[in-house]
Write a protein that binds this ligand. Structure first.
Ligand code: KG4
Ligand code: ZN
Length: 337
């Protein structure tokens, strides 16, 4: 089944085509980062408007890159949440309207399921079951994944998501948006013996996280510092180490708790080199998607949607009054609310 995937939940317009037989046929991305950089963060209304401008041209490019015509598409999958409502509305409206026009099924995809399944796009795809660490700008989740669509959340952040903590700390240090990759780059020049931040919540049982305290530790260290570039790099190093070590400890705990021996990492922060290095030291088979599939992309949505659509799931795309309609097929009101 040939499925077009649309991602527009935040500041990236992603469009891709996945064929359940031939694999990924095309993958297009337009990043709005330069536009939001001026404001130091994502401006939701500007994001929605830019998705409107870029989405249809990207759909055309994607279809032509795959060597297809629009009529050869057999399904459309679009990110339906979580994300910015205006941005999501653009992808959902375009996705459903195209599907309606082409007379093919459409399906709403959960953005985090997309991230979680992204390692499946690689040659060495993990088998189920596994533990997933999802680390993005909006989420920090440890998930027990028994199968496709069988998810149990083992732990999550009680305050800032990891990506958010990276971005806020980077902003405080005067780095440009988006701060995560900038802070990671600066950390490479840091002196390991200079500062050490606490590893939040590792001494408590459980698998939840808290990262907002770490941001405050970084702020205090910055206020006490000499304000030099070296001091900045030392703080970046200490911050990244504390985050990475905390994530590694919780991943190890989740593997022990579930008895699973496979771990996958996905979401934007999964692109972090130091995190990859540290998690590869764990006694488990560790899987990462390639860097461009860690951050938001259309391929992960096309993939998740294609498998669900191929299994027969879809949303009705037509307006269908029923000339014959049994009274007995109505849903009881109690169940509906
Ligand atoms: O998954 P994603 O692209 O978008 C969301 O769904 O949130 O994740 C974006 C987040 C941002 O907070 C960004 O700063 C962070 O991922 N990020 C990184 C790195 N690359 C992206 N954080 C640390 N190190 C990186 N190399
Ligand atoms: Zn994401």
């Amino acid at each position: 089944m040939i499925v077009l995937g649309i991602e527009s939940s935040c500041d990236e317009t992603g469009v891709a085509i996945y064929d359940t037989e031939a694999g990924l046929l095309s993958d297009k991305l337009y990043s709005q980062v330069a536009m939001h950089a001026e404001y130091g963060g994502v401006v939701p209304e500007l994001a929605s408007r830019d998705h409107i401008r870029k989405l249809l041209p990207l759909v055309r490019e994607s279809v032509s890159e795959a060597g297809l015509s629009m009529e050869q598409l057999e399904g459309i999958a679009y990110t339906s949440g979580p994300g910015l409502i205006g941005a999501l509305m653009v992808g959902a409206s375009v996705g459903r309207t195209l599907a309606w026009g082409l007379g093919i099924p459409a399906l709403a995809v959960h953005h985090m399921e997309g991230h979680l399944l992204a390692p499946m796009l690689e040659d060495n795809a993990p088998e189920f079951p596994f533990v997933a660490l999802l680390v993005s700008g909006g989420h920090t989740l440890l998930v027990e994944v028994k199968g496709f669509g069988e998810y149990v959340i083992l732990g999550e952040s009680l305050d800032d998501a990891v990506g958010e903590a990276f971005d806020k700390t980077a902003k405080m240090l005067g780095l440009s948006y988006p701060g995560g990759p900038e802070l990671a780059k600066l950390a490479e020049q840091g002196n390991p013996s200079e500062i050490k931040f606490p590893r939040p919540m590792v001494n408590r049982p459980g698998l939840d996280f808290s990262f907002s305290g770490l941001k405050t530790s970084a702020l205090h260290a910055w206020q006490k510092s000499s304000g030099t570039e070296e001091a900045k790099a030392d703080i970046a190093y200490a911050f990244q180490e504390a985050v990475v070590e905390t994530l590694a400890i919780k991943c190890e705990r989740a593997l022990t708790q579930t008895g699973f021996d496979r771990l996958i990492i996905a979401g934007g922060v999964g692109a972090n080199k130091r995190l990859r290095e540290r998690l590869n030291e764990l006694k488990a088979e560790v899987f990462f998607p390639r860097q461009q599939f860690c951050t938001d992309n259309g391929a992960m949505i096309a993939y998740a949607g294609a498998l669900r659509l191929a299994a027969g799931q879809f949303e009705p795309t037509t307006i269908s009054p029923q000339p014959r309609w049994s009274l007995e097929t109505l849903t009881p009101l109690k169940q509906a609310v």
